[in-house]
Design a protein around this ligand. Structure first.
Ligand SMILES: Cc1ncc(C[n+]2csc(CCOP(=O)(O)OP(=O)(O)O)c2C)c(N)n1
Ligand SMILES: [Mg+2]
Length: 592
């Protein structure tokens, strides 16, 4: 088989294994593969100019479509620019197939241009690394290359999902030596498939517990009155309804991280606690409601107060992780249940049966949730200045069913936690919480917009926005639409909550407080309007009073609208303290 035909076969194998989308960055060494992907039937190729942004764009696509996405870069530093997204994909369990074009072996480590060591480039962040052979026309090479495509997709998608790297060497000339198709189907003689059957595929299943183990765990839940379900970040669309049903069967409240899927959607939300971040802070109420057992699903929640509560009370802990993970940063003695979350939770619910267990405990938590929501709503209604939590209730109200809502890292995801209310609308809520980077946030949301079935919105800080400006170019090049609420506090607002921002904590000669603004506050005074306009987006400054209407207007229109809400970092700390105080007052004895 000629080089061209084998390259086309490799692309066709990716499609046969379920790949529908590829993100390709321009370059010379990758030419044959770029052409093979671009001409492969069934594959949509989007070209992005900056590999760092392209990596996150592919990540956003994969998280929203639920399918692995292919990435291609030319040799050299281009491939290294995928690294932040590869790391995020590993930690947030997102399948990516990263193709890195390379010089052939004889040109490596001898001063050839644009040649770096791409062998295992992403280290342990990639689940699997392999290199394609140089094509030599032999049937063995063809079988090997075809098989690698299917294997790469299967490995990337198998739990825990993650990135794989395939390094692809090319010798000059870099043009295909003939037509890139049609691709002969090696299985065609055997029969009957209209689409090409993959050369290598895998049949696998989710790990489930047998009845005896379910009875053991169910018995523990049945014996324990003071239990909590802590639902952490999880993209599995089936888990929320199953977890909600277990909460009813056990009487356990669900401390629902905003990225758990529990706060939004049509499932039963009666046991969902949305204000846990504020409720579980040290207080007399919390001392009186210490849990004996915590059942965790998903990743560790974003909320530091929840982590602090676990560290303070040290309850028994079950962590269910169908991907066999060990996510337990509270350092508690823990039983890890390495079985599928939805299946396990459903079996436990069935084992427990429906009875009204632990009513007092359940009602006390429900009362705390109600008191916190009431106190926060009243506090917000009385507020007469811009507040960084405001976008979340506004977006939850304005976005229609089927929307995808992204939170930037730093304060946006924390304000999301405090302020995203429960809603029966099917809004998917996401954030890059694997490595918590402030890079690539816009690219991720716009990649999501490329494949989402409904509107996409993002709330992002100003420093994060500056990190990822050329993401906006992707929207222009590919006709994407999104609503971006840019919370502009002119710097890194999160640091104002840390000890380095407290002048009274500074010791003489420590460099604080005099270098605080330079090192942490990082004011930059950027005028965002002209930048957004130059990159093809629309920009307007919004006030708290017109945010809701601006969001509605943006959701109804194509293109990217950046709605800039200007806030103040110092005021922000005081306002966050103010609302936390309002919740604590609402939890005082006699109030709930
Ligand atoms: C890629 C990367 N660089 C640096 C950091 C450290 N960091 C965390 S938050 C932050 C400031 C973010 O500022 P902004 O996006 O404006 O959000 P705000 O804190 O104001 O809410 C920085 C620099 C990080 N998480 N990721
Ligand atoms: Mg900021």
């Amino acid at each position: 088989m000629s080089d061209a035909r084998l390259l086309a076969a490799f692309a066709a194998e990716l499609v046969a294994a379920g790949i529908t989308d590829a993100v390709v960055c321009p370059g010379s060494r990758s030419t044959p593969l770029a052409l093979a992907l671009r001409t492969a039937p069934g594959l949509t190729v989007r070209v992005l100019l900056d590999e760092r942004a392209a990596g996150f764009f592919a990540l956003g696509m994969a998280r929203t479509s639920g399918r692995p996405v292919v990435l291609l870069a030319t040799s050299g530093t281009a491939t290294v620019n995928f690294a932040p997204a590869v790391v995020e994909a590993q930690l947030s369990r997102v399948p990516l197939i990263v193709l890195t074009a390379d010089r052939p072996p004889e040109l490596r480590d001898r001063g050839a241009p644009q040649t770096i060591d791409q062998d295992h480039l992403y280290g342990r962040a990639a689940k699997w690394y392999t290199e394609l052979p140089l094509f030599d026309g032999s049937p063995a090479t063809e079988a090997h290359v075809r098989g690698i495509a299917g294997r790469a997709v299967a490995v990337a998608a198998a739990g825990p999902a993650g990135p794989v790297q395939i390094n692809v060497p090319f010798r000059e000339p870099l043009l295909p030596d003939g037509p890139l198709g049609p691709v002969p189907d090696p299985a065609a003689n055997a029969g009957a498939t209209p689409a090409m059957a993959p050369f290598a595929s895998v049949v696998s299943g989710r790990p489930v517990l047998d009845g005896e183990l379910i009875a053991e765990l169910g018995g523990l839940l049945a014996r324990t009155v003071r239990g909590l379900i802590v639902a952490g970040p999880d993209d599995d669309p089936e888990a929320p309804a199953a977890i909600a049903a277990l909460a009813l069967a056990t009487g356990y409240p669900i401390l629902a991280d905003p990225l758990s899927g529990l706060r939004t959607g049509p499932h039963d939300q009666r046991r969902v606690v949305t204000r846990a971040d504020l409720i579980v802070r040290p207080s007399a109420w919390m001392d009186a409601h210490r849990p004996d057992l915590v059942l965790r699903t998903g990743a560790m929640p974003t909320s530091k107060p929840i982590l602090g509560m676990l560290e303070r009370f040290r309850p028994g802990q079950l962590v269910i992780d169908g991907d066999g993970g060990w996510r337990e940063p509270a350092l508690l003695p823990t039983t890890f249940v390495h079985a599928d979350v939805t299946a396990t939770v459903r079996s436990l619910t069935a084992w427990l049966g429906s009875s009204s267990r632990n009513l007092t405990w359940t009602q006390q938590w429900a009362a705390a949730e109600k008191a916190a929501v009431r106190a926060m709503d009243a506090w917000l209604a009385d507020l007469e200045e811009p507040f960084e939590g405001l976008p979340w209730p506004v977006l939850a109200d304005a976005l229609p069913d089927g929307s995808v809502l992204w939170a930037g890292n730093s304060m946006p995801v924390r304000d999301l936690d405090a302020w995203l209310p429960a809603t029966s609308k099917a809004i998917t809520v996401r954030s890059n919480r694997g490595a918590n980077g402030i890079d690539g946030v816009i690219s991720t949301a716009l990649g999501s917009a490329a494949v989402a079935g409904g509107p996409v919105a993002l709330v992002v800080g100003d420093v994060s926005f500056l990190h990822d400006l050329n993401a906006l170019l992707a929207a222009k090049l590919h006709g994407l639409s999104a609503t971006i609420v840019l919370v502009n506090n002119d710097g890194g607002g999160i640091f104002s909550f840390l000890p380095q921002a407290q002048p009274e904590a500074a010791t003489p000669g420590s460099g604080l407080p005099e270098h605080y603004e330079e090192l942490f506050g990082t004011p930059h005074g950027t005028d965002f309007g002209p930048i957004v306009g130059a990159l093809g987006g629309e920009h307007r400054v919004v006030t708290p009073a017109d945010l809701a209407e601006a969001v509605r207007d943006s959701v109804a229109r194509p293109g990217v609208q950046v709605l800039e809400l200007r806030t103040n970092r110092e005021r922000n700390v005081l306002l966050h303290r103010g609302v936390a105080g309002a919740v604590q007052r609402a939890l005082r004895p006699g109030r709930t």
